[in-house]
Design a protein around this ligand. Sequence first.
Ligand code: ARG
Length: 475
Amino acid sequence: MMWKGRFEEDTAQVVLKFTQSLDLDWRLYDHDIRGSVAHARMLGAVGVLSKEEAVQIEDGLNEIRREIRDGELKPFERLEDVHMNIESRLIERLGPVGAKLHTGRSRNDQIATTMRLYLRDSFLDLQSALLLLLEAFLDRAEKHKKVVISGYTHLQQAQPISLGHYWMAWFESFLRDYGRLQFALSSLDECPLGAGALAGSTLPLDRAMTSRLLGFERPTRNSLDTVAQRDYMADYHHFASLFAVHAARMAEDLILYTSQEFGWLKLPDSFCTGSSIMPQKKNPDVLELVRGKTGQVLGHMMDLLITLKGLPMTYDRDLQEDKRGLFASMGTVSGVLEVLPPLIVKTDVDEAAARSALAKGFSLALATDVAEYLVVKGLPFRDAHWKVGKLVKYCLEKKKHLTELTLAEWREQIPETQPDIFEILSLEESVARRNTYGGTAFVQVAAQIDQGKERLLEKTKALEAERNRLKEHAL
Ligand code: ARG
């Protein structure tokens, strides 16, 4: 082991097993090698290594990358982590030249660099997957923009809305999540290399050069902060937590709407499962698991924050554990993102069932419309609210819908009513007339969808441009 110069005893076997991080960091080998290649090139450029040595190291690292990719090189637990395994293989191959790679570098700035490179790629993949989910909502919104369902508050029927409007509500939530992921990407966009163990280096390292080679915006500004902080991970967790909350909350809706009691939303058979005993069952297990996995994602955020909160400046070995919850969370989020878009795209509506579900509460669903109609006739809103409330009571007693009342009955209850009252008493009218910006009117929903498409296209183009930019920094 490379750090053993000052030790008199061998490391205990249990300690090796307890401190190794290969189960977490072996997957980082490719990104670790990229960081090392940039570091070696920089050492060659500033004259700490000769040009030949730098080239030899880079070639050696590329060979090792191939060995690992092809499964020829397996890690040794006694070598603790991905960094030491790669370095010791390099020394095995190149001898003393290989022993020069770690000049001016610590595993503390190394792991910070490796993680940022790895997360940058992973976050871009998550963004691609998230775009597919957003597309799925646009697809359903387009298909269902003319379909009228009940909107709910307090899980009680409230006002009729366009189903397209409902899908676009989730579009907005998940688009904000996309923005939070973008923020996590921007918060990792500084290069740690050259921060060293904590204080920088006595050697003339060109930090701007390694940063440029690896495609970062700039080098980090403070070496202590660099090896101590994991904000960019916390920023990911914030994204993931809200994403999980949104996904779970939407799953809960769909589970409710497809239950027999609501019964107007239809999930695709291919995304449901049956019961081993009850032949009639079609269960929304996928959505239940989307909901069920949320707690873990939230827990992983707490895990990191709790790890960080008591840590003395700067690097502490506790930080090695930052990866465990992070990778678990990323696995869960990408799993959810794999299964949701195809489920959403195949989710359909039973329009007649949606309508009859609404008709049951028909008197209530149009009550606000009547109150607002009376406001236009000159009544203060509070008076109108009171009178319509009385009218609803009358309807409930007489077991009549608002549409079934005669003009005489209307006038008896509310003298201000005119014959034009009958023009507003339809679900379609009710939706169409909620024409405020961002409201549920069909034209508003169509406008939301159009803008949504444009916003999605913008994100898609920016993501593609970022991927192309990073190709030049692949190393
Ligand atoms: N494996 C460590 C981590 O993931 C990096 C190594 C730093 N170790 C150290 N003893 N300074 O954080």
